[in-house]
Design a protein around this ligand. Structure first.
Ligand SMILES: Cc1ncc(COP(=O)(O)O)c(C=O)c1O
Length: 426
């Protein structure tokens, strides 16, 4: 499969053509000497730091272009992006079909809310819902992962008439107050914030006994990332998900998979449950759903959906025409280019190869959501990879690095990473 060949730039770094393109992308004709471009990068970083709240600790890179698995900075340096713009660039950066769909829609009708019907929303709803498991094909469109999770919890509470949510200690579900109230990872809850956690019970991921003990008759939903990512990538032992499904069914709680990272093909199937033969009651998604355009989706079991009426949830921008054009195009690309299968194949190959690299202790995850455990602190290794022109993610466990590349990743590109890591670790 050669999903990205048509839109990936040739390898090689720092060409004058790249610099010229980078300069063009920032909107001005500029001095393209390396020292002038380095000064420009500094100036842009300073301006952004000056005007934006200091909530992010950023990688000192000013990116101006992307194609496939590659991004280019303002200095014309090219990087192999195994971080995927934070797990977002599912079909590759600037996939031509996605860009065309967004451009066409922007020129036709940029926005109108759910107050009216829309041709592109009808198309997106059908295409996106069809990716979900049978029985879960009703969708609510929103704008982000946090909003999708809050919506799912609202729906679960409404459906069951119960309040309590069981969530995982390792789970991350977003930064809004409602999604923080079910986030178990330490470091995100600050006592000075009025986060409403009274109705949350946390249990360890992968522990069925703890889950059963927490599943009282007041539990509306069990919410989890099927593969925790921010908290450190790990996959529960075989059988866990079936037991989870049974326990929720027996106690009348809805099972909610937060697939904000794992969804839309990343783990080798459109959604995680398909790979383990388990269908949850609700799935939340965002990140790669629209390939880079902000969009969140809640997939709802059909009988649960039937009980939801007008005015019970809403959002101005969710399901807007631009997002819907991107959602529909992303669903088409995932299917037409066989990207689920590619994610499974490249992930399996990477796992095998990485386990042969001295200094790699273990590889966790599935498809193209991988946590690579090293025999040392990952931070300097991540910095060295960046120096070598490769971007990867960090993780909560200090010795783990995370790979969340575009699903168009090719064997040759995966090989560049394995070779670079081997050189750094040895
Ligand atoms: C598993 C998971 N859920 C929810 C979220 C929140 O998504 P957003 O940042 O789009 O609100 C994230 C973001 O990283 C996530 O990884």
């Amino acid at each position: 499969m050669d999903a990205s060949a048509s839109h990936r730039p040739s390898s090689g770094r720092d060409s004058s053509q790249d610099r010229a393109r980078a300069s063009h992308a920032t909107g001005a004709s500029r001095d393209s000497r390396p020292e002038a471009l380095a000064a420009l990068a500094d100036e842009l970083m300073q301006r952004e730091d000056h005007w934006q709240l200091a909530t992010y600790s950023k990688i000192p890179l000013v990116l101006v272009e992307g194609r496939g698995c590659w991004v280019t900075d303002v200095q014309g340096r090219r990087f192999l992006d195994l971080y995927g713009g934070h797990c977002v660039a599912s079909v590759g950066h600037c996939h031509p079909r996605l860009v065309q769909a967004v451009q066409d829609q922007a020129a036709r009708l940029l926005f109108y809310s759910n107050a009216v019907y829309s041709d592109v929303r009808a198309e997106a709803a059908e295409k996106v819902a069809s990716l979900a498991p049978e029985g879960l094909r009703r969708v609510f469109f929103c704008n982000s992962g946090s909003e999708a999770n809050e919506t799912a919890l609202k729906i679960a509470r409404r459906h069951t008439g119960r309040r309590r949510i069981v969530a995982m200690r390792e789970g991350f579900h977003g930064r809004t107050l409602g999604s923080l109230a079910v986030t178990g990872l330490p470091g995100y809850l600050d006592p000075s914030w009025p986060v409403p956690t009274d109705d949350t019970t946390w249990v360890p991921y992968g522990d069925v006994e703890a889950l059963d003990a927490a599943l009282g008759d007041d539990v509306a939903a069990v919410l989890l990332e099927p593969i925790p990512s921010m908290g450190g990538v790990q996959v529960a032992a075989p059988g866990y998900f079936e037991r989870l499904r049974e326990s929720c069914g027996a106690r009348g709680a809805l099972l909610v998979f937060d697939e904000v990272q794992t969804g839309f093909g990343r783990t080798g199937t459109p959604f995680f449950g398909e790979g383990v033969g388990v269908v949850p009651d609700l799935i939340t998604a965002a990140k790669g759903a629209a390939g880079g355009v902000p969009a969140g989706v809640v997939f709802v079991r059909e009988d649960v959906a039937a009980g939801i009426g007008s005015g019970e949830q809403g959002t101005t921008f969710g399901g807007g025409p631009l997002a819907c054009a991107a959602l529909a195009a992303t669903a088409d690309i995932l299917r037409d280019e066989g990207l689920c299968a590619n994610a499974a194949a490249q992930g399996a190959w990477l796992t095998d190869e990485l386990l042969r690299v001295p200094g790699v202790r273990a590889v966790h995850g599935r498809g193209l959501l991988l946590g690579v455990d090293l025999d040392r602190d990952a931070k300097p290794v991540i910095a060295a990879l960046r120096e070598a022109g490769i971007l990867v993610g960090s993780s909560k466990p200090k010795a783990q690095m995370r790979l969340l590349p575009p699903l168009v990743l090719e064997r040759e590109e995966a090989g560049l990473f394995v070779d670079a890591l081997r050189a750094i670790l040895t």
